[in-house]
Design a protein around this ligand. Structure first.
Ligand code: SF4
Length: 472
């Protein structure tokens, strides 16, 4: 049987060879490689560098609101389960102070920040009360007039809002909404402690409400307990009926050693790796033949969505908040929030007590970060081209980084043989093209250019003839 570009037997063979684990490359290098010595001072001088190069550089802000009323058992976010309004109000007062710290820094440099985009994520920022939300928007207004933002997005837990709240968000300037849907099947929802019937979703976004927003996104998770091909097909059919503008198809990663609460999910209830892979293949094929276009890796958008234009115009940027257009410089606010600007990455501290202590000192609560070398920037560009566009033009890299691609990546190009034999890439003298099948394994193609994985590899080939790279 043929599903998308695969027969069942070919898909089985490829999944056995190229497992579904591995980096997602929302950043390169991944956070695990970042430097724990990179604190407030490093973060501040990184910002100095950014604004010294261009005081008017376009910026995005990400604000992490960690509170959720209930724990979904699959959760891998930095989350605090609480319904304590006083605690949440107290937290919000610290977010406001962090915004003040950023604003004071910018004022000290005489910078009027050119903020184009704000993303409210979590946790569940949709549990913030109306009054708290108005105060938050007013505080953000000390940095930027939110009505001028190109993108002002919020992640919404549908169980925490109603239609009127959605209208309120719109009135506050929100123009994009992302719903954590995950799956519409009642048994799956029960198994992950996130019961939200489809009627609940439909009720909060009737046509007259959803038309107020530039885009509605649904997050869908594949690999949850009790999912089968049949139930997942039904979920995708329901999704197509509601027809969000964008869909993010994410793979559930089961890591109970790291996320202790995931022990509540029985491993035996999780579909096999091959079945999980096929859920994704079927869903993407189905959506592609139903008016959607695959943007890259895990993002899909309606053909008339702005995101498709960004892709066609080569303006996509993949980062911590998914795909955006060219606003690559992101400053994170709130505990665990990630920043990425210029050649730097940063992450705020996780725990509330450390976060509050840093804010009380009037400093950025940076817990770790990274300064990319020119080699890392080059590799990052290669990885993002492959993920975003399924194509790498060597000449572009040579022009931007003043290297001879073949010399620089002689070793990596040697690792392509198996991927070529398996039909995942086409290699010419001047380019790498990821094939339709290869799109599903693009992370494995990127891993070849990942110097950190090469360092971890037990076997280190040195030429094209010695081409068996052991991926860990
Ligand atoms: S709503 Fe999201 S952040 Fe909150 S517990 Fe569920 S998965 Fe985690």
């Amino acid at each position: 049987m043929q599903t998308g570009p695969f027969t069942e037997s070919l898909a089985k063979k490829l999944v056995a060879k190229y497992p579904l684990t591995g980096p997602y490359y929302t950043s390169y290098p991944s956070v695990g490689q970042w430097d724990g010595q990179f604190k407030n001072e490093s973060f501040t001088s990184a910002l100095d560098d950014l604004f010294a190069a261009d005081g008017n550089v376009p910026l995005s802000l990400y604000l992490h609101y960690p509170f959720c009323p209930e724990l979904c058992t699959y959760c891998s976010c930095h989350v605090i389960i609480s319904n304590d309004q006083d605690r949440m109000d107290h937290f919000l007062s610290y977010i406001f102070k962090e915004i003040d710290i950023l604003r004071d820094y910018l004022n000290s440099k005489s910078i009027t920040p050119n903020i184009k985009e704000i993303h409210l994520g979590g946790g569940s920022p949709s549990v913030i009360s109306r009054e708290g939300f108005e105060r938050l928007v007013a505080k953000l207004g000390t940095l930027v007039d939110v009505k001028t933002l190109k993108h002002f997005a919020i992640e919404v837990d549908v169980r925490t809002v109603d239609k009127e709240m959605m209208e309120f968000y719109h009135d506050q300037g929100i123009n994009r909404v992302s719903f954590g849907v995950q799956d519409f099947n009642p048994d799956v929802q029960e198994a992950v402690n996130r019961v939200q019937p489809v009627e609940m979703v439909e009720k909060v976004i009737p046509l007259n409400v959803r038309n107020r927003f530039k885009s509605i996104n649904f997050d869908i998770l594949w690999g949850l307990p009790f999912q089968t091909r049949e139930t997942f097909r039904e979920t995708i059919n329901t999704l197509k009926r509601i027809a969000p503008d964008r869909v993010t198809l994410l793979h559930y990663g089961h890591f109970p050693d790291i996320f202790k609460h995931q022990v509540k999910i029985n491993e035996s209830d999780i579909p096999s790796e091959f079945e999980r892979f096929m859920f994704n293949v079927e869903a993407i094929s189905d959506l592609e033949s139903s008016g959607y276009e695959w943007i890259g890796l895990d993002h899909i958008a309606k053909k008339n969505d702005e995101m498709v234009g960004w892709k066609n115009e080569h303006r996509l940027n993949r980062g911590f908040i998914g795909y955006t257009c060219e606003y690559a410089n992101l400053i994170g606010l709130g505990p665990s929030a990630l920043s990425s600007f210029g050649k730097y990455f940063g992450q705020n501290t996780y725990g509330l007590s450390d976060y509050y202590a840093a804010i009380d000192k009037g400093i950025f609560p940076t817990f770790r970060g990274y300064e990319c070398s020119s080699d890392i920037l080059l590799r990052s560009k290669v990885i993002s081209e492959l993920i975003n566009y399924s194509f790498l033009n060597f000449r572009d890299i040579e022009n931007n980084f003043e290297v001879d691609f073949h010399n620089y990546f002689d070793r990596e190009l040697g690792f392509m043989d198996e991927l070529i034999e398996d039909g995942l890439v086409e290699l010419t003298e001047s380019s790498i093209k990821v094939t339709t099948m290869g799109r599903y394994f693009v992370r494995h193609i990127c891993m070849i250019f990942d110097i950190f994985l090469q360092r971890k590899s037990a076997h280190k080939p040195t030429s094209r003839r010695d081409s068996k790279l052991v991926m860990s």
